[in-house]
Design a protein around this ligand. Structure first.
Ligand code: CA
Length: 492
C-alpha cells in the first residue's frame, strides 16, 4: 500500500513538472486568418483566375478545403470586419456604415465598434493564445477602440480604412502636409503604428505585413503559446500601387488597372509563401488552421473580377459579398476538398472558440455557427437557415438572403428577385413569378431577421441620418413588400 501511494505521488510530481516546464503539449491549433481587402471571387488561381497567378495560395487551397459559397456579412469593409470580430451582423451592433476619417476628436471617440462587444481576439487571448492583428483595422481609431484594447497582444498596421503602399512616397507627401500646417491629413498617408507608437516602415506595405506576421509566428513559438494572428492585408484595395518586380510578372495584361491589381494580389501570394515557410521552420505547419478570405467582393471599377458572379463590391448581388475562401489545416483537414454548402464569415468566431477549447459568456450573442464538424464531414451546417446581407443605401436597402440552393435579392430599390443560385450562380434568371410562395417565405424570414436591428451609431452623411429620423430602417415596410412585385415586368 505504501509503495502504491509512493508510485502515485511520483506520477503526480512528473505530471506537474511537465505542465510547469511547458512540456505538456498544447494540442489546440494555431489560427491564422489571412484577410484580403476587396479581393474578387475570380482573382485567385484556385477559383479559376486565368490571368492572376497565386501559386502559394493555390497550394494551400488544394491542400485543404475550398469554400465555393462563402459569404461575408456585409458587402464592404468596416461592417464586414465588425462582423468577423464580433461574430454578429453589423446591423445588431450599430456598425453597418463604414467608418470614415473624422476631423473632430469628439466624434471620433464615438466612432468604433462598441466596447461592450467582445471580440474573438479577447476570448482567444483569455484562453491562453498569443494574439496579434496586422494590417488594416477600420474598427475605430480612438484609443478606446484600439486593437490592444480589444484582445490583441500585438498590433502592427494602420487604424483607418485604407493606406498608400510605398512608405518612401507617402511619407514625403505626409511631411509636406505637416510642414504646410494641414491639421486634417488624409489617413491613407499617416505613419504606420506598432502598439500605439509610430513605426518607421520602409517596405512596400504588403511585404511589411507579411514580415510582421512571420515575426508573430516566431514570437508565439518562442513563448510556447498557440497563436491567433489576424493578418488583414489592405491589398488589393485602392490605391492601385504595385512593385515593379511584381508588375513584370503580368506584362501580358493590357488593362493597366488589372495589371497593377494582379501584381498586388501576387505580392500577397509571395508573402503567404514566406509565412508558410516560417510555419514549417517553426514546426507549426501541421497544426495551424489557415483561413484565407476576402472582406467583401471585388471592386470591378478598380481592376477586380467577380466572374461568374453578378455585381461588384457593395452590392447584394453575389459579387458583392460571396468571396474566395479556404481552410488549410494538415493535421485535421484532408486536401482536395470542395465545400459547396453556404458558410458565413460569422462562423469563424464560434468555430475558433470551439477550437481553442474555451467558451463565451452566457450573454454573448453569436449569429454564426461552429462549422468545423460540418466541414470535416462534408455536411451542411445551415440546412434551411438563411444567411443574409443587407446594405443601407440612401433611403432604401439592398438585401440578399441565401437558403440552401435558393437566393433572394433586392437591389437598387427594385422588386425582389428569386434565383436558384446553385444552377444560376450569375443571378440571371429571376424565378420570382414561377415560385411566388418560396419568394414570400424567404422575404418574410428576412423581415423577421431585421426586427432587432439597432439604429446605426454613425452615418455617411447628414442626409443618411435624416432617413433614420423615425428610428427605423428607411422604407422599412416597403423593403419587404412583395405582393405587387411578382408581376414585375422583369420576371421570368
Ligand atoms: Ca473591403
Amino acid at each position: 500500500m505504501i509503495i502504491f501511494n509512493e508510485i502515485k505521488l511520483l506520477f503526480m510530481m512528473v505530471a506537474l513538472l511537465l505542465t510547469n516546464c511547458g512540456m505538456a503539449q498544447d494540442s489546440r491549433p494555431n489560427i491564422l486568418v489571412v484577410l484580403c481587402d476587396d479581393l474578387g471571387y475570380n482573382d485567385v488561381g484556385f477559383n479559376g483566375s486565368k490571368d492572376i497567378k497565386t501559386p502559394e495560395l493555390d497550394k494551400l487551397a488544394h491542400g485543404g478545403t475550398i469554400f465555393t459559397s462563402a459569404y461575408v456579412a456585409h458587402p464592404f469593409c468596416g461592417p464586414s470586419r465588425s462582423a468577423i470580430l464580433t461574430g454578429r451582423y453589423p446591423h445588431f451592433t450599430g456598425t453597418a456604415y463604414n467608418l470614415f476619417q473624422n476631423s473632430s476628436e469628439e466624434d471620433e471617440d464615438n466612432m468604433g465598434v462598441p466596447i461592450e462587444e467582445t471580440f474573438m481576439s479577447k476570448i482567444l487571448q483569455e484562453a491562453g493564445y498569443y494574439t496579434s492583428a496586422v494590417g488594416k483595422w477600420h474598427l475605430g481609431a480612438a484609443p478606446k477602440f484600439h486593437p490592444n484594447k480589444r484582445g490583441f497582444d500585438n498590433f502592427y498596421g494602420f487604424l483607418g480604412g485604407g493606406h498608400d503602399y510605398f512608405p518612401e512616397k507617402y511619407r514625403k507627401v505626409y511631411q509636406e502636409q505637416v510642414n504646410a500646417g494641414n491639421k486634417n491629413i488624409r489617413d491613407y498617408l499617416l505613419p504606420l503604428e506598432h502598439n500605439g507608437k509610430p513605426a518607421e516602415e520602409s517596405e512596400y506595405l504588403t511585404d511589411a505585413f507579411s514580415r510582421e506576421a512571420i515575426r508573430d509566428i516566431k514570437t508565439a513559438t518562442e513563448n510556447k503559446k498557440p497563436f491567433f494572428v489576424y493578418l488583414a492585408y489592405n491589398a488589393p484595395h485602392v490605391p492601385l500601387q504595385a512593385k515593379s518586380e511584381d508588375l513584370k510578372k503580368f506584362e501580358n495584361i493590357k488593362d493597366t488597372d488589372r495589371r497593377t491589381y494582379a501584381a498586388m494580389v501576387y505580392a500577397v501570394d509571395r508573402g503567404v509563401g514566406q509565412i508558410v515557410k516560417t510555419l514549417k521552420e517553426t514546426n507549426q505547419y501541421e497544426n495551424t488552421l489557415i483561413v484565407f478570405m476576402s472582406d467583401n467582393g471585388g471592386n470591378t471599377d478598380h481592376g477586380a473580377d467577380n466572374y461568374p458572379l453578378k455585381g461588384t463590391k457593395g452590392d447584394t448581388w453575389e459579387g458583392g459579398y460571396r468571396v474566395p475562401m479556404f481552410f488549410h489545416w494538415p493535421k485535421k483537414i484532408k486536401g482536395s476538398q470542395f465545400f459547396d454548402f453556404p458558410v458565413s464569415a460569422l462562423d469563424l468566431y464560434p468555430t475558433f472558440v470551439q477550437l481553442a477549447k474555451t467558451k463565451v459568456s452566457n450573454d454573448k450573442k453569436l449569429d454564426g455557427k461552429d462549422i468545423m464538424a460540418g466541414v470535416l464531414a462534408g455536411t451542411d451546417s445551415y440546412k434551411n437557415q438563411m444567411i443574409y446581407s443587407l446594405r443601407y443605401r440612401e433611403g432604401y436597402s439592398d438585401v440578399g438572403g441565401r437558403q440552401g440552393d435558393w437566393k433572394i435579392t433586392r437591389m437598387a430599390n427594385e422588386p425582389w428577385g428569386l434565383f436558384n443560385i446553385k444552377e444560376d450562380i450569375g443571378e440571371k434568371k429571376n424565378l420570382s413569378g414561377k415560385f411566388p410562395e418560396r419568394l414570400e417565405k424567404m422575404v418574410s424570414e428576412t423581415e423577421k431577421w431585421t426586427k432587432d436591428f439597432v439604429r446605426p451609431l454613425w452615418y455617411y452623411s447628414v442626409k443618411d441620418q435624416e432617413y433614420w429620423n423615425d428610428g427605423r430602417m428607411p422604407r422599412y415596410e416597403e423593403t419587404f413588400e412583395i405582393s405587387k412585385l411578382v408581376t414585375h415586368p422583369n420576371k421570368n
